[in-house]
Design a binder for this molecule. Structure first.
Ligand SMILES: NC(=O)c1ccc[n+]([C@@H]2O[C@H](COP(=O)([O-])OP(=O)(O)OC[C@H]3O[C@@H](n4cnc5c(N)ncnc54)[C@H](O)[C@@H]3O)[C@@H](O)[C@H]2O)c1
Length: 356
């Protein structure tokens, strides 16, 4: 594909709380050349000018798109504007890295995948946790001992920050759904979710989401914008251990508690389907995790995919894998927790021409 020897020309659209990190990273990364930024809020543009005085700013999105030096755009605007902005960038033959969630509708995301495919451009979603060294360590444990993995759960609570375009489930559970998909190499078959509007803000700020997998495993996600206890945890419970990824524990991001319960399967069952249980108790281990910035690794991966033509680890199809769950979750919330099947969509992954 493209064999760039030159740094890739990048623009950043949306320089709010999160977008400013992209500005910093694309300025630092040797494989990128930050051409300029655009934000509809002049105060954010001013802030970029203060913090990164050498960075150019575009007067409009049109000016950004019209600049031939801009080969790729990192889109860090609110979720509701991802579809229109990413679509325009892809149509103008720019590679796109768009923040999560990819769009707010599955059909819009499918559309983006098609435009990217048609124009031969990279479409990648900022599912940052897939690039997180601690999540990767957790995945290693899951892959090595999947047969003894019982279930997963995640908790992502805090006081805000409250968004005005999507609810807390779309904002926060997006992370955990993408983490679970990545850990299990499997997407859920069904969802049951309830939400509450405790802050009276017109959208759900608390959610309890259960995910069911074909393997029989369960996943559970609790999100809240209304909980004064800030948590950012993903837990994997196995027959002989419990592994905790705690994003707020800088020192020991992953801990393995070697304690669990599982049937003794080499002895005959006591009665019909009844096994003796073995309880195991051992050490607490905190494996070494390389101190790396996940967003930096994500940005490097984007540049690599542009150069190599490889599909991103979190491309359009993986973004859709998350959105189908979010849409099923919305339907379940509307049905007060009823179990809703997840639309199984293997977009682009299984071309019909080669399907057996
Ligand atoms: N991956 C992560 O860990 C992570 C963390 C935080 C936020 N995010 C995602 O990043 C995105 C932005 O979140 P945020 O917290 O920075 O929000 P924010 O409101 O602080 O920033 C959004 C910015 O986009 C600008 N904007 C809106 N529409 C625009 C347009 N059409 N063109 C140019 N600029 C536009 C706004 O003026 C604002 O400055 C969201 O999709 C969010 O889900 C991801």
């Amino acid at each position: 594909m493209n064999h760039h020897t030159q740094p890739i020309g990048i623009a950043v659209a949306g320089c709010g709380y999160w977008g400013i990190n992209y500005v910093r990273l694309f300025q630092e990364l040797p494989g990128a050349s930050l051409i300029g930024v655009f934000d509809i809020r002049p105060e954010r543009v001013d802030l970029v000018r203060q913090r990164f005085p050498t960075t150019a700013t575009f007067p409009s999105m049109e000016a950004l798109l019209a600049d031939p030096r801009v080969e790729a755009v990192a889109i860090c605007t609110e979720a509701m504007s991802h579809y229109a902005t990413a679509g325009e960038c892809l149509r103008r033959a720019k590679h796109v890295l768009v923040e999560k969630p990819l769009t707010t509708k599955v059909s819009d995301a499918e559309d983006l995948c098609q435009i990217a495919e048609r124009n031969g451009r990279v479409l990648m979603v900022g599912h940052t946790f897939v690039y997180n060294a601690a999540v990767r360590k957790l995945r290693q444990y899951v892959v090595e001992d999947k047969e003894h993995l019982y279930y997963l759960y995640a908790q992502r609570t805090n006081l805000g920050p409250i968004r005005r375009d999507v609810n807390a489930l779309w904002d926060l559970a997006t992370h955990d759904i993408s983490i679970f998909n990545y850990l299990l190499d499997e997407t859920p078959e069904w969802v049951s979710a309830v939400g509450a509007r405790v802050l009276g803000n017109g959208r759900e700020d608390v959610g309890f989401i259960t995910l069911g997998y074909a393997s029989g495993r369960l996943g559970h996600i609790h999100v809240s914008w209304a909980d004064p206890n800030k948590t950012r945890q993903v837990v994997a419970v196995f027959g002989d251990k419990r592994i905790v990824f705690d994003d707020l524990n800088g020192l020991e991001q992953v801990r393995v508690f070697e304690k669990g319960i599982r049937p003794i399967t080499n002895e005959p069952p006591l009665g019909f389907g009844e096994y003796k249980m073995q309880i195991r108790d051992g050490d607490i281990i905190s494996p070494k995790i390389e101190p790396r910035e996940p967003l930096k690794d994500q940005c490097c991966h984007f540049l690599e995919c542009i150069n190599s033509g490889d599909k991103p680890l979190t491309g359009g199809p993986e973004g859709i894998d998350v959105l189908v769950v979010l849409e099923a979750m919305d339907r379940s919330v509307a049905l007060r927790g009823a179990r809703v099947e997840v639309r199984q969509l293997k977009f682009l992954a299984t071309p019909t021409a080669t399907a057996a």
